[in-house]
Design a protein around this ligand. Structure first.
Ligand code: F6R
Length: 254
């Protein structure tokens, strides 16, 4: 595991965008796993800028998003489909037929999970997965639990997640209670993973992910077992980390 501690959210976003851009330059038909939420917004802005200024070419890229709220249609501004269109896809030259998110309107979520897994497999698996982290150390919407859920599945959101995500809604009551999310195995199967976190409110989750026991009670801790993870965070999110962490190669960039 590599850990890059940056001086700011902007620097974190530049580092992350460089890794994604490098992946696409090296393999133009890369399959990317993508996250929503506030953490990757500036990374998407940088990638859009690199597309516009240097011609970073997304025409052969395929993307799979981590998750979607259940019951939300893609044209609902609160949906993750909408978020991705607005924050990323409509600004780059990606082909709509190469963009995938779980269908939050599917009637049978078990079948939808299976369909999504098969799609990922048919595209050759995920080359690079981008992750944020919840304050409860969730990745995707894999909430703390007694076991790791393997593949794409329906989840009931934690009260902490509902409260954290209520900032995007008029009130907490409007936050959906259920979502469909890639599972831990889906994420762990990715060739490369980058985990992003910024802000003091993520410091405890980052500590648990990097220094705690590997446990489904802190889902991000599973990343300690992945063969190629870069954790890119700002200094606030690193506030609880010790100077050295066993098995982690630390770089500080201001
Ligand atoms: C979003 C996702 C979540 C978020 C996490 C952090 O697709 O899978 O795991 O990455 O909830 O959200 P923000 O970035 O809004 O703090």
């Amino acid at each position: 595991m590599r850990l890059v501690i940056t001086g700011s959210y902007e620097q974190m976003s530049i580092e992350a965008a460089n890794i994604v851009a490098g992946q696409i330059y090296l393999k133009p038909n890369s399959v990317l796993g993508l996250a929503t939420g506030s953490t990757p917004v500036s990374m998407y802005q940088r990638l859009i800028a690199v597309h516009k200024s240097l011609g970073l070419d997304f025409s052969q890229v395929t993307t799979f998003n981590l998750d979607e709220y259940i019951g939300m249609s893609p044209d609902n501004p609160q949906s993750y489909h909408y978020f991705m269109q607005e924050n990323f896809f409509r600004h780059i030259n990606i082909s709509p037929e190469n963009v995938f998110l779980p269908n939050g309107l599917a009637e049978d979520m078990v079948a939808e999970g299976e369909r999504y897994e098969k799609l990922i497999e048919a595209r050759g698996g995920i080359d690079l997965q981008v992750l944020g982290i919840g304050q409860n150390a969730h990745i995707g919407f894999n909430e703390p639990d007694v076991k790791f859920a393997a593949t794409t599945h329906q989840v009931e959101l934690d009260s902490e997640t509902i409260q954290a995500n209520s900032r995007f809604f008029a009130s907490e009551d409007e936050v959906p209670r259920y979502a469909i999310s890639m599972g831990i195995k889906t994420i762990m199967m990715a060739e490369h993973v980058i985990l992003l976190a910024n802000g003091r409110n993520k410091a405890e989750a980052v500590y648990k992910a990097l220094c705690g026991d590997v446990t489904p009670e802190a889902p991000a801790s599973i990343l300690q077992l992945h063969r190629d993870v870069a954790v890119i965070i700002d200094k606030e999110a690193a506030a609880m980390l010790p100077d050295t962490i066993r098995g982690v190669n630390v770089t500080r960039k201001s």
